[in-house]
Design a protein around this ligand. Structure first.
Ligand SMILES: NC(=O)c1ccc[n+]([C@@H]2O[C@H](COP(=O)([O-])OP(=O)(O)OC[C@H]3O[C@@H](n4cnc5c(N)ncnc54)[C@H](OP(=O)(O)O)[C@@H]3O)[C@@H](O)[C@H]2O)c1
Length: 283
């Protein structure tokens, strides 16, 4: 049985839906924090069990009989994922898969990146074959910036750098390939990225073109941006967390465009323009 965590989240749900087109439902299990939110999957024959990274006993039950476990990353730190790796190992899984990030790096200023690097160390040490999917930066983040900018016509952010924005749907499909095609992915994958690297000025230009509304990219200092965020009610810790993302992008940590995702999918990954167009059409 293939067990997937985070199946009530966006990526995990996308993985399960695609997996159901390749594997019989009774060979799929999900480990979710709230089983009542996965009732439709249970009705379709998927095994639904409650599992929380903070509760090892729940994971022992949720991972029971798993041949493969896909751990969809949750919190930014490595500890909960270590618990999940230990539970998957104890359950006898023959492969553990994990959604890491293209920017996984102990020295990154963006907090989740050292966490992913630590989890990759845990995977290397766990003694079970593993696949660490180094996912590209979610295009949904760019969608979020654009949605906010449409309110004012200004995309206000600190200095940023190019990002190879990547669609959730493509990453979900890649995870299914990794779960079902044994020989394709082992160990830490190359970056699984979208087809081009775009900074926020590029994003604003695409959004202007798509909407017919002028969206101006406005660069503010880091301090001013944090002050603006907190003035709008964001906790300072959250503003500083997000600032780390801009600092890392400036250093080029999310800039690489790699062919691996396209090779896995057998087609070109979705461009940010297409993801934005679909998101704006649904507004
Ligand atoms: N590549 C990128 O650019 C990027 C950007 C942002 C985040 N991420 C990472 O990618 C992950 C998946 O993305 P997504 O869009 O699917 O996010 P999402 O919709 O927020 O889903 C996250 C999932 O993790 C589960 N989860 C959180 N804490 C958990 C815990 N203690 N035990 C078990 N499960 C837990 C959540 O459970 P519930 O459904 O019960 O809430 C949810 O299903 C994120 O969680 C994050 O680690 C990557």
């Amino acid at each position: 049985m293939i067990v997937i965590t985070g199946a009530t989240g966006q990526l995990g749900r996308g993985v399960v839906e695609r997996l159901l087109t390749r594997v019989p439902a009774d060979l799929i299990g999900v480990s979710v924090r709230d089983a009542s939110r996965a009732g439709d999957l249970a009705r379709r024959g998927v095994r639904v069990r409650q599992g929380d990274f903070d509760d090892p006993a729940s994971l022992a039950y949720a991972f029971e009989g798993a041949t493969r476990v896909l751990i969809i990353s949750g919190p930014a730190d490595a500890r909960p994922h270590r618990t999940a790796i230990e539970a998957a190992t104890a359950a006898g899984a023959g492969r553990i898969l994990y959604t890491s990030h293209m920017g996984a790096n102990p020295a990154s200023p963006f907090v989740p990146m050292p966490g992913h690097a630590e989890t990759e160390r845990d995977l290397r040490a766990c003694g079970v074959p593993f696949t660490s999917l180094r996912n590209g930066f979610y295009a949904t983040t760019a969608v979020h910036f654009v949605t906010q900018a449409l309110e004012t016509g200004r995309l206000v952010a600190p200095e940023d750098g190019p990002v190879s924005w990547t669609a959730h749907a493509d990453l979900a499909e890649a995870a299914v390939v990794a779960l079902t095609e044994e020989s394709r992915l082992d160990g830490i994958t190359p970056p699984l990225t979208g087809p081009e690297s775009l900074d926020l000025a590029d994003v604003a230009a695409i959004a202007s073109d798509l909407t017919g509304r002028e969206i101006t990219r406005v660069t503010v200092s880091d301090d001013e941006w944090v002050a603006r965020m907190t003035a709008h009610g964001a906790p300072e810790q959250q503003a500083l967390f997000l600032l780390g993302m801009f600092e890392a992008s400036r250093k080029g940590e999310f800039a690489e465009v790699a062919p691996a995702l396209g090779e896995l999918l057998g087609r070109k990954p979705a461009a940010l323009r297409d993801v934005l167009a679909a998101a704006l059409a649904n507004r």
